[in-house]
Design a protein around this ligand. Structure first.
Ligand code: PFF
Length: 471
């Protein structure tokens, strides 16, 4: 749909449901399927999960609404949208720093996100090869020892050229959709892939529930043991909530910029965050029964999805097909998120330099390809290169971890903190009331969260993230 702004028309979502699907596509990704189960398993289950839900409600949802509100008012790229809200509120246009940092953060996340997207492509290839070699009925990788299955990931890490190539391939898919535009590309990928994703997730969860340890999983994920709620567990939960809802990187400001005036942003934000949380919980209910049933540990951290789960598929009837479908589903989810990540800097380049969309998207993708290649090589050829060794927070870390650390520990929380301060304390009240679609006490409660709860929580995250040894 073409949106009109200041006499000019701009490509936008064709309907409210298209926006909802695209925003859910941005939110649902590797964060839900890979990071959430890994964090929940490594942080003791129920305490993490319940605190996570609280963070989504008290911090994630209010910031999500603040970001979409800025975008919808501005109808432009993220920094320009912030400037327009600042101008209408008669405050300094320098608030646009919150969105400029977001553009940088999105670019950096894109660079390492597509490296992990490349790992997903690798596993899709492995399961396909297994089906060609031994048919569809048996378990995955039949007859191969468990160590060999778990070694698939370290073997990939040892092959720098393959990792760089897979990263480029994943980035290429992402570029293809972003270059085609908002309604004809980004919306298209969300419209087809998100429903397919939901069908696959529910089918695999139901399948795993019958053969797997479902009741053990439910009690593990939902039994609240207060003594397990330690400082690091809380911090992990807040950080995960932010990453999962795509906050603090101007992503939702950018997507909000394509939303029409008739959409109620309050209820829409509630739908987006509920769907994202439901998918994270379903991912836990999908993965844990399979892993528990195979007698394996759920506390494997990042290796849970790429090492433990493929090994667990060995025990399952038709495990190679289920494994293939599982990784295709992860690929869909990752692609709709990487599309959002590429869109943020692309929209900024289009606004700033008036480049046409395919050129802007290609420039960003080219830059991300270079950073991504360095990140991929930090697992092998460049393993000894620690670019920020002189900063204690990043000492001893390779380039992949540095990109992850700068964005998760600094850029995302600072971006979200500035957003909360800007909307809570500086933006014009009438403008905010008009845009947010909330009435009565809900509006007051939201304002209370944005003004007080979010800034305090975010300052806490920043301090603990920067000085981990102090606590
Ligand atoms: N929310 C995505 C995930 O959970 O995988 C990651 C992400 C996508 C972060 C888009 C930020 C963003 F702008």
């Amino acid at each position: 749909m073409a949106l009109s702004q200041g006499g000019k028309t701009r490509d936008g979502w064709s309907s409210r449901s298209a926006f909802i699907l695209a925003a859910i596509g941005s939110a649902v990704g590797l964060g839900n399927l890979w990071r959430f189960p890994a964090e929940a398993g490594a942080n003791g289950g129920g305490a993490f999960v319940l605190f996570y839900i609280l963070c989504v409600l008290m911090i994630g949802l209010p910031i999500l609404l603040s970001e979409t509100l800025i975008g919808r008012h501005g109808q432009a790229s993220a920094p320009e949208s912030v400037r327009r809200v600042a101008k209408a509120s008669r405050v300094s246009s320098h608030w646009d720093i919150l969105a400029s940092m977001g553009v940088l953060a999105a670019f950096m996340i894109l660079s390492f996100y597509c490296v992990v997207g490349g790992w997903v492509l690798y596993y899709i290839g492995q399961f396909m090869a297994d089906i060609f070699a031994s048919g569809v009925t048996g378990g995955a990788f039949e007859g191969r020892p468990a160590e060999e299955i778990e070694a698939l990931l370290p073997n990939l890490f040892g092959n720098g050229i393959l990792m760089v190539g897979l990263n480029a391939l994943f980035l290429g898919f992402t570029l293809f959709f972003v270059a085609r535009g908002v309604s004809g590309g980004i919306e298209l990928v969300a419209k087809w892939m998100m429903p397919a994703f939901f069908i696959l997730l529910i089918a695999i969860t139901v399948y795993g529930a019958f053969g797997g340890a479902f009741s053990q999983t439910v009690s593990y994920l939902f039994t609240f043991e207060p003594e397990k709620l330690t400082g690091p567990v809380m911090l992990a939960a807040v950080g995960q909530a932010f990453f999962s809802l795509s906050l603090g990187v101007a992503g939702m400001i950018t997507y909000g910029g394509y939303v029409g005036r008739n959409v109620n942003l309050g209820s829409t934000s509630a739908i987006i965050s509920s769907a994202d949380t439901a998918v994270a919980l379903l991912a836990g209910l999908c993965i844990f029964p399979i892993v528990f049933a195979a007698g394996l540990s759920v506390a494997a951290g990042p290796g849970l999805m790429f090492q433990t789960l493929p090994h667990a598929f060995q025990e399952m009837p038709a495990g190679s097909v289920v494994g293939l479908l599982f990784f295709i589903m992860v690929g869909f989810a990752a692609l709709t998120s990487s599309v959002a990540l590429l869109e943020v800097p692309t929209a900024w380049l289009i606004d700033k330099f008036r480049f046409v969309r395919p050129v802007s998207a290609s420039i960003v993708a080219g830059g991300a390809m270079i950073l991504g290649a360095l990140a991929a090589l930090s697992f092998n050829e460049l393993a000894d290169w620690h670019p920020l060794d002189f900063i204690p927070l990043f000492a001893g870390q390779g380039f992949f971890d540095v990109l992850d650390g700068i964005t998760a520990k600094l850029l995302m929380p600072i971006g979200a903190l500035l957003t909360a301060l800007f909307i809570g304390w500086f933006a014009d009240r009438k403008l905010v009331d008009l845009e947010n679609g909330l009435g009565g006490w809900l509006h007051l409660f939201w304002l209370f969260l944005v003004r007080f709860v979010c800034p305090i929580a975010l300052i806490g995250i920043l301090v603990v993230g920067i000085f981990p040894g102090m606590f």
